[in-house]
Design a protein around this ligand. Structure first.
Ligand code: COA
Length: 259
């Protein structure tokens, strides 16, 4: 499948997706959102794709936000529709049973920071910058930033970042838990791939169930403990569980069938 604004490369079950508008710092215009929606259809339906590594083209930016040039002509209702569209797309990423990792290789601002936060976790290169600069434009984060940022870094820190419209560097993002690891730009994708390959050696059933259980209370505002019981049940009786437990008892490495 080809995309106007995304590059894709599938290797060892990991689909590397590069948002590819480097001359506009990979800003999310309507076409990028449409391409990402089509990408999600593919990720959900293609069994060859077992994980997604999301990054931005060029040395400067992951994604520098929603495309500001599309804002001025939008009515309030169109603004609301745009926010809803971005939110729906980012929910699809967040609730995907296959792991998504953001490799933040430069500016992750506004919708770019929100896109990274919709992934299951984040790595950054040491030149990365994060922020929600929407107040500088007279708007607020609209693709889930007001909800995910406080969840990830705490209410007070999120308030300061969102209200000040400022930026933090990779070291600060690491210190406050917005990213899990910081590397050099050269090592970023390789480090992310290494982590994903470890995850891919585990039971795909368990990984998918774990994502749903971890997300339950935070994302869907439901009783997370009840969802955990349900998802725990969902692992029992699967071939993955039989293989994992049998392999342990036989003192060998499991080979998970993925169902
Ligand atoms: N939407 C549309 N275009 C964007 C963009 C965005 N969010 N971010 C960057 N661009 C474009 C610039 O307009 C410029 O295009 P041009 O060369 O046709 O003029 C190009 O990308 C390069 O950006 P530039 O501003 O020249 O780079 P810089 O290194 O001087 O500054 C930033 C980098 C990230 C600080 C700056 O681009 C910026 O503040 N971007 C907007 C960030 C933002 O507010 N995002 C939230 C949007 S809701």
């Amino acid at each position: 499948m080809t995309y106007e604004t995304l590059l894709t490369d599938l290797e060892q079950g990991i689909l590397t997706v590069t948002v590819n508008r480097p001359d506009k710092l990979n800003a999310l215009n309507h076409m990028v959102l449409a391409d990402l929606d089509r990408l999600m259809d593919l990720v959900m339906s293609d069994p060859e794709i077992r994980a997604v590594l999301l990054t931005g083209a060029g040395p400067k930016a992951f994604v520098a936000g929603a495309d500001i040039s599309e804002f001025l002509q939008a009515s309030p209702d169109e603004g609301a529709a745009l926010a809803k569209r971005g939110q729906d797309l980012f929910f699809r990423i967040e609730s995907c049973p296959k792991p998504f990792v953001a490799a933040v290789n430069g500016f992750a601002l506004g919708g770019g920071c929100e896109l990274a936060m919709s992934c299951h976790f984040r790595l950054a290169s040491d030149n990365a910058r994060f922020g929600q600069p929407e107040v500088n434009l007279g708007i607020i984060p609209g693709y889930g930033g007001t909800q995910r940022l406080p969840r990830l870094i705490g209410l007070g820190r999120a308030m300061e970042l969102i209200l000040s419209g400022g930026m933090i560097d990779a070291a600060e993002a690491h210190r406050i838990g917005l990213v899990n690891h910081v590397t050099t730009p050269e090592m970023l994708l390789e480090t992310a791939r290494g982590i994903l390959l470890t995850i891919l050696s585990k039971s795909p059933v368990a990984v998918g169930q774990a994502i749903a259980a971890v997300n339950a209370a935070a994302v869907n505002d439901v009783d997370g403990y009840a969802v955990e019981v349900d998802r725990f049940r969902g692992c029992f009786g699967t071939e993955d569980m039989k293989e994992g437990v049998t392999a342990f008892l036989e003192k060998r490495k499991p080979i998970f069938p993925g169902h």
